[in-house]
Design a protein around this ligand. Structure first.
Ligand code: ASP
Length: 200
């Protein structure tokens, strides 16, 4: 059951201005095989007082299990909770032996099929990463060794490539410019849903 919510004009303006997200997630694997995951969020713009999103719910927005995988997620939390997104990815890896990219993609596709948006960063037990999202952009990075680092923002390869050619201050300026550009085009982050689950 879903119910339609009416936004006031003031809320609509605020939602437009704040349509990008500030959730920060991390997954780490140490030399002994311990996997840890953490997620920090301000929740969603215009959330009701007292709302608890998926981020602090272990299994929904955050999960780590030694020998299997670690996950941190961002997106429409109500749907992450319903699907138990973070744990579900690890379950597919644990019981169906799916590799990390595939497991993460399957669960994000399920989320998208429900009309929700989001993304996850995942590490498997070997430290192989997957960073999957169904939005135009999700700032993401990993570091394995000094020579094995990766930093990207957009889904679109050309846009990532453009900034990644640059170093230091120029890289930062390029990324900033690209973010502003996406915001002007209304492409940043995920769109707010018209419909939200009852009890929200
Ligand atoms: N998942 C968070 C929540 O629903 C929001 C976010 O990641 O932007 O509270």
């Amino acid at each position: 059951m879903t119910k339609k919510i009416e936004f006031t004009e003031r809320a609509k303006k605020q939602i437009k201005a704040d349509a990008k997200m500030g959730t920060v997630g991390v997954v780490a694997l140490d030399a002994f095989g311990n996997i840890a995951a953490g997620t920090s969020t301000g929740g969603m713009t215009n959330k009701k007082p007292g709302r608890i999103g998926d981020s602090p719910i272990i299994g929904a927005g955050t999960w780590a299990e030694n020998g299997v995988c670690g996950v941190s997620g961002t997106g429409h939390g109500e749907y992450f909770i319903r699907l138990n997104v973070a744990k579900e990815i690890c379950v597919l890896m644990k019981y169906q032996n799916l590799e990390v990219q595939k497991a993460a993609q399957i669960v994000i596709d399920r989320l998208a099929a429900m009309g929700a948006d989001g993304g996850v960063i995942v590490l498997d037990k070997k430290g192989d990463p997957a960073m999957i999202f169904n939005t135009p952009a999700m700032a993401r990075a990993y570091k394995n060794s000094p020579d094995d680092t990766f930093v990207q923002i957009y889904k679109d390869f050309a846009e990532n490539w453009l900034c990644n050619q640059l170093k230091g201050g120029e890289f930062k300026a390029c990324v900033k410019g690209a973010i502003e550009e996406q915001e002007i085009q209304g492409k940043s982050g995920y769109e707010l849903l018209d419909e939200i689950p009852s009890g929200y």
